[in-house]
Design a protein around this ligand. Structure first.
Ligand code: ATP
Ligand code: MG
Length: 390
């Protein structure tokens, strides 16, 4: 008998044509996330098995892998009644449950006893040897017995996986990652659909602090637990931002600033082979996120822009931020470049022609190139300890 982890793929099994690619990507992601563990991984069309030493720790890491439907800690035995009964006894010896149900699944039809009959055999064995009752509707202890070619797998509970598609099956997207609440959640949702996500962060030192940058890196490190190869590209945005401040009417400052961000993000996305931009814009949340603003701002780019939280309420976004553990970091007080250059009355319904007109005051193309040429790529993501602020 050995203890192993059995993984169920879930949603991706329905995508028949892509299944092979998905399973391969999933296995690669699992190997990546478990690179510090000593494990053996065996996969087939519908299941994956993981053998290793610290199974509880491994299972915990697996709860952050997209594409997993269920994670099951189980016993694997040879397919014979004695060995199966031994494990069942072992489970019952340490369980307080008063009621049980045996659920047999016979995938290996060369095993001669049909599932229903096998349920009865095991249930009879339990009733004879233990003081327990059968409850077929709401058993306290469901005993799953899966009879397969590779052996028989016995387990009692299943940890829910986070679902989605394996990160990487869709190619790469560039997330405009600020230190706020929304963009990390947007990044998480994009990862969940199988997109490899990298972050782009616009900083304007000395108007923005090193703490603000470290906060973004911390958020990236949290997203990296779901990804394994997250990078942050830091754009030195000061010069361009100061030019905007000096030359553009202040009510249009944010509109123009965001048009510049989009331009840089698009150009850089192409350079690093990202197919889309992702951001945390949420309709109506602030002046720069009205439909008119979004229209004027995104008019600058042709690359598709995905806004995963566009139609979510702030409270829904916060709930998700809490679930994925980014909220506490997001609400730390360090200012990002948007909040420093915020005008008193930003335009709520900007006009495209006006925006284009104001933009002409700045010779922005060379400044954009300068930004792109000086991007700093951060691959070592530290989760800074901010306990003193929390
Ligand atoms: P968030 O909570 O994600 O910071 P927000 O509610 O503060 O969003 P805005 O400041 O208007 O909203 O920003 C909208 C989106 O633009 C952000 O979600 C993010 O995707 C992008 N963004 C804003 N500032 C930056 C920045 N400094 N670097 C990178 N992306 C940014
Ligand atoms: Mg913000």
């Amino acid at each position: 008998m050995e203890k192993i982890i059995l993984i169920k793929y879930g949603e991706l099994t329905t995508k028949k044509a892509n299944r092979k690619i998905f399973v391969k990507m999933l296995e690669q992601n699992i190997r990546n996330i478990l690179k510090d563990e000593n494990v053996k991984i065996i996969s087939d069309r519908v299941r994956m098995y993981i053998e290793g030493e610290n199974l509880d720790n491994i299972a915990k890491k697996l709860t952050k892998v997209f594409g997993l439907h269920g994670i099951v800690l189980c016993y694997k035995v040879n397919t014979n009644i004695d060995e199966i009964q031994n494990v069942v006894s072992m489970i019952l010896n340490v369980s307080d449950a008063k009621t049980f149900k045996v659920i047999t699944k016979r995938a290996d039809k060369s095993f001669e006893i049909p599932s229903m009959e096998f349920n009865t055999i095991i249930a009879t064995f339990i009733l004879k040897n233990f003081d327990r009752k059968v409850d077929v509707h709401e058993p306290e202890l469901p005993i799953h017995i899966e009879i397969r070619k590779e052996g028989t797998f016995i387990y009692t509970n299943e940890i829910e996986g986070i679902g989605g598609y394996p990160v990487g099956v869709q190619g790469k997207g560039l997330l405009m990652l600020s230190g706020g609440i929304d963009s990390p959640v947007a990044g998480y949702l994009a990862l969940k659909r199988g997109i490899t996500v990298e972050g782009i962060y616009f900083e304007s030192p000395p108007h923005t602090s090193l703490e603000a940058k470290n906060k973004v890196i911390t958020l990236a490190s949290i997203l990296n637990e779901y990804s394994g190869n997250f990078k942050v590209h830091v754009v030195p945005f000061t010069k361009l931002q100061e030019e905007i401040y000096k030359n553009v009417p202040h009510d249009y400052m944010i509109t123009i600033m965001r048009r510049m961000m989009y331009r840089i993000a698009e150009k850089y996305a192409k350079k690093i082979k990202c197919k889309i931009l992702i951001n945390g814009e949420s309709i109506g949340q602030v002046a720069s996120q009205t439909l008119d603003s979004i229209a004027v701002i995104s008019e600058t780019v042709h690359i598709p822009v995905i806004r995963p939280v566009a139609c979510m309420d702030k409270l829904e976004i916060i709930a998700l931020a809490n679930k994925i553990n980014t909220y506490e970091t997001s609400i730390l007080p360090f200012e990002d470049c948007c909040t420093i250059f915020v005008p008193k009355h930003p335009v709520i319904h900007p006009n495209l022609e006006k925006a284009k007109e104001y933009e002409k005051m700045i010779d922005f193309e060379p400044l954009i190139d300068e930004c792109i040429n000086n991007i700093e790529v951060i691959t070592k993501l530290e989760n800074n300890n901010y306990n003193e602020y929390l």
